[in-house]
Design a protein around this ligand. Structure first.
Ligand code: PLP
Length: 392
C-alpha cells in the first residue's frame, strides 16, 4: 500500500461491542469507534442480521433504478430532520463534495456566476478530495496539491466579528462543523451558529453544517443542530450512519435540491441497496429517543470522570471540552504536542484512544458504551496518565 498511514504494529482481527481483539488474542477496550464511526459498536447483532439478509437479496443496481432500502432511508432521514431531499454518497468527503457543488449550482442558477465564494473555518476538516481539503482550512492537508480550487476564504472558528467581515454578496455558502472533530473537538458557540444563520440569510447564502463526525447521536442529539436550535440549509452525515459500512448523505430542502437537475451530480455506488439497508437499521436504532437519552447519560458519566482526571493533573491537562460522547482532553502548555505519546500509554493499558491534532486526546467510544466500560476506561486512562508523567 502507498505510505499514507502509520498503522499500529498489531492487527485487529475481531470486534464485539466496545471490544477489539488482535491476532494474538489480546483484548482492547476500543474508545475510538473506528474514528467516531461504530456508534453501535462492532458486530452489532441487528445490523449484522440486516446486512446478511440484504446481501442475500440485492446488493447493487446502478442509478438507472432506485431501490427499496434507499427510498426507506431517504424517507427516514427527511422525516427526522429539517430536510426534504437526500443525496447519497459513499463517504463524508463525497457528501461534502456534493454539498459544496450544490451550493455553487444553486447560487449560479438563482443569482449568477459571481455568487460562488465559500466561507469556511480554519482548523475545520471536511474530507480529502481536492475541493474538501481546500474548504477544510488546514494547510497540512493542502500543501503540495496546488493549484487549489479558487473562491474559498477562511476565518477563525467561533469569531463572530470575523464571520461578519467575511460575508459579502459573492458568498454562496457558509460551511461549519457544529463541533469541530479532527481540528480538536471544539464545539461552536451558540452565538457563532446563530450569527452564521442570520448572516447567511441576510446575504442570500446557504448555511452548510458538516455533521459527518458530530451527527448521528454522537453529541446526544440525533444531529447537533437540533440542540443548537439553528437550522442549516444543507447537512452532511456519514461515519456513524453506516456503522462502518461506507455511506454518506447530503440532506437539504426542496428549494435548494431543485438546483440539481438530472445528470448534475452522481455516484455509482451512492445509496446502493446494501449500504442503504445497513444505514436504515443503524438510523432506526440511534434515532430512538431512549437510545439518545442513554447517550446523554453515558456522556455525562464519561465527562465527569474525565473532568476529575483533568482536575487531578492540572500540569498535564488544560481543559476538557466537547459534547455528549465526543470529548477532548486538551494538553497543558508543558505537554503540548504529546497527545500521540499519551495514547501509546493508554494502548499499553489495552485502552484505545484517538488524538485530534497534536495537543488533544479524543475520546469517542461507541454510543452503546456501558457504565462499567466507562469506569474501566477511566481506570485504565488514569494508570496511563501516571505512566505518562513518569509516576508509575
Ligand atoms: C467533520 C468531517 N467531515 C468530513 C470527514 C470526511 O469523511 P470521510 O473520511 O468519510 O471522507 C470527516 C472525517 O473525519 C469529518 O470528521
Amino acid at each position: 500500500m502507498v505510505p499514507t498511514y502509520a498503522p499500529a504494529a498489531w492487527l485487529p482481527v475481531r470486534g464485539k461491542g466496545c471490544w477489539l481483539w488482535d491476532q494474538d488474542g489480546r483484548q482492547y477496550l476500543d474508545f475510538t469507534a473506528g474514528i467516531a464511526v461504530s456508534g453501535l459498536g462492532h458486530a452489532h447483532d441487528a445490523v449484522v442480521a440486516t446486512l446478511t439478509e440484504q446481501a442475500q437479496r440485492l446488493w447493487h443496481v446502478g442509478n438507472g433504478y432506485t431501490n427499496e432500502p434507499v427510498l426507506r432511508l431517504a424517507t427516514a432521514l427527511t422525516e427526522a430532520t429539517f430536510a426534504d431531499r437526500a443525496f447519497f454518497a459513499n463517504s463524508g468527503a463525497e457528501a461534502n463534495e456534493a454539498a459544496f457543488k450544490l451550493a455553487r449550482k444553486w447560487a449560479h442558477s438563482r443569482h449568477g456566476a459571481g455568487k460562488s465564494r465559500l466561507v469556511a473555518c480554519f482548523n475545520a476538516f471536511h474530507g480529502r478530495t481536492l475541493f474538501t481539503v481546500s474548504v477544510g482550512g488546514q494547510a497540512k492537508y493542502t500543501e503540495g496539491y496546488e493549484p487549489l480550487p479558487a473562491g474559498i476564504t477562511h476565518l477563525a472558528f467561533n469569531d463572530v466579528d470575523a464571520l461578519r467581515a467575511a460575508m459579502g454578496p459573492d458568498v454562496c455558502a457558509l460551511v461549519i462543523e457544529p463541533v469541530q472533530g479532527e481540528g480538536g473537538v471544539t464545539p461552536a458557540t451558540p452565538e457563532f451558529l446563530r450569527a452564521a444563520r442570520e448572516l447567511a440569510t441576510a446575504h442570500q447564502a446557504l448555511l452548510i453544517f458538516d455533521e459527518v463526525q458530530c451527527g448521528m447521536g454522537r453529541t446526544g442529539a440525533l444531529y447537533a443542530y437540533m440542540d443548537a436550535g439553528v437550522v442549516p440549509d444543507i447537512l452532511t452525515t456519514a461515519k456513524a450512519l453506516g456503522n462502518g459500512f461506507p455511506i454518506g448523505a447530503m440532506l437539504t430542502t426542496e428549494e435548494v435540491a431543485s438546483a440539481f437537475s438530472v445528470g448534475a451530480h452522481g455516484s455509482t455506488y451512492g445509496g446502493n441497496p446494501l449500504a442503504a439497508a445497513v444505514a436504515l437499521k443503524v438510523f432506526e436504532t440511534i434515532s430512538e429517543p431512549r437510545f439518545l437519552s442513554r447517550v446523554r447519560e453515558a456522556g455525562k458519566r464519561l465527562r465527569e470522570g474525565l473532568e476529575a482526571l483533568v482536575a487531578a493533573y492540572p500540569q498535564v491537562f488544560a481543559q476538557l471540552r466537547g459534547r455528549g460522547l465526543m470529548l477532548g482532553m486538551v494538553l497543558a502548555e508543558g505537554f503540548k504536542g504529546r497527545a500521540k505519546e499519551l495514547t501509546r500509554h493508554t494502548e499499553a493499558e489495552n485502552l484505545l484512544l484517538l488524538i485530534a491534532g497534536p495537543d488533544v486526546v479524543r475520546v469517542v467510544p461507541p454510543l452503546i458504551v456501558s457504565d462499567d466500560e466507562i469506569d474501566e476506561a477511566l481506570r485504565r486512562l488514569a494508570r496511563a496518565v501516571g505512566a505518562f508523567i513518569g509516576k508509575a
